[in-house]
Design a protein around this ligand. Structure first.
Ligand SMILES: [Zn+2]
Length: 89
């Protein structure tokens, strides 16, 4: 499991002020997410972190596959797909 880090703004809980709404990180499981087997450690495929401010962007697209959903979010935000460095896997 990766530590929380917003897909949209790359905020991490340690960077957000205490009590800030954005510190409520949400792990959104997209349509292609799979439940990892018991005891498996790692980040589940198809699951993406969002901060409280951007969680709705992910939750609105839970029915989509993660690739489609993330591309759609990037498009909505006016970001070009693949332009940001991919440090998440
Ligand atoms: Zn965010």
């Amino acid at each position: 499991m990766l530590p929380p880090r917003c897909h949209v703004c790359h905020l991490e809980p340690a960077q957000s002020p205490l009590g800030d709404a954005r510190s409520d990180f949400v792990l959104v499981y997209f349509a292609d997410a799979v439940n990892p087997p018991p005891g498996w450690v790692g980040h589940p495929a198809g699951a993406v972190w969002f901060c409280g401010e951007h969680a709705s962007l992910g939750e609105e697209r839970e029915h989509l596959g993660s690739d489609t959903a993330l591309r759609d979010i990037d498009a909505v935000l006016g970001r070009l797909p693949g332009r940001l460095s991919k440090t998440d896997r």
